[in-house]
Design a protein around this ligand. Structure first.
Ligand code: F3S
Length: 290
């Protein structure tokens, strides 16, 4: 069995930056929601005294607050300032740009359309910068159901699938006379998706590593499946079932932008051991033939 790792996978710039800021943050720092969608990383930081809270009401006056890479709406900054919190802003610069683009579209008095998952914290933050007036959609049928519009501006969730974006964009072009598109899918996501697509096209199976609650990891699994490749999404090496790979020759590995290197390495190690086992089994089978 041969094991291949995607050319681009694992921590992206924005997540690495957020984790570095969190690692250097003082014990007692709160993050508004889990710092990234990876339970193992969140647990490690909690051991160092950097832990998530669900709302600013749980943070006392003057305490340190770290804003995660997904970003937050303007009212959080206002409330944090009223409470004199020591804010460390780890919002990814790509997310900041999407937030500002949404704000500008609303200031121009255009309809704002966000292509992304309604419940995702990044999309919620972009929508809040767009004065909570956005139409949010992520499926083609939702785009088809829109009424005809004179003008609208589009902002895209940074981790959205390129392919799905193109399909929705084509529908929006037929619905809106004057359509402004701010293509805010970030290059890290594009590179990871492209590398996953290329690898999945050549593999017997793909392993996608990352939080089950991570949107970008879910997208990687989705694009691999779209290549017709059997795809297994695991959070850690402990979830791997060696029976999945029985009789297979080439296995590809990729990981979401919020998956730390140590978890990727654990999976690679197991697959390498499996490789050794498979070689042994193969030798035994060959011996049986004599
Ligand atoms: Fe930022 Fe892109 Fe990562 S938006 S958080 S660099 S996936």
């Amino acid at each position: 069995m041969n094991v291949f790792i995607a050319d681009a996978c694992g921590f992206c710039y924005g997540v690495r930056r957020a984790i570095e800021l969190a690692s250097h943050a003082a014990s007692g720092t709160h993050t508004l929601g889990p710092i990234i969608h990876n339970p193992q990383v969140v647990a490690r930081l909690a051991e160092r005294g950097v832990s998530p809270v669900a709302s600013l009401d749980e943070v006392s006056t003057g305490e340190p607050l770290l804003i995660r890479s997904h970003g937050v709406g303007p009212e959080v900054y206002e409330k944090a300032s009223e409470k004199h919190l020591q804010v460390v802003d780890a919002t990814c610069p790509h997310v900041k740009k999407a937030q500002q683009d949404a704000k500008k579209i609303i200031e121009k008095n255009k309809n704002l359309i966000i292509i992304g998952e309604k419940a995702h914290p990044e999309v919620i933050s972009i929508s809040q910068w767009g004065a909570n007036r956005a139409i949010i959609l992520d499926r083609e049928e939702e785009a088809r159901a829109l009424p005809h519009m004179k003008e609208a501006g589009v902002v895209v969730q940074t981790t959205f699938s390129q392919e799905q974006f193109k399909r929705i964009k084509a529908i929006l072009e037929s619905k809106v006379d004057d359509l402004e598109i701010d293509m805010t899918i970030c290059t890290a996501t594009q590179q990871r998706q492209q590398a996953a697509i290329e690898l999945a096209g050549k593999m017997d199976a793909m392993i996608v590593i990352g939080g089950k609650n991570s949107a970008n990891t879910g997208r990687l699994a989705q694009v691999c499946k779209e290549q017709g490749c059997p795809t297994y999404h695991v959070e850690t090496a402990a979830e791997l079932d060696t029976a999945w790979f029985r009789g297979m020759k080439n296995i590809g590995i990729t990981a979401g932008a919020s998956t730390p290197d140590w978890i990727i390495q654990e999976v690679v190690k197991i697959m390498e051991n499996l490789q050794a086992d498979a070689t042994e089994v193969m030798s035994e089978e060959l011996l049986d033939q004599y």
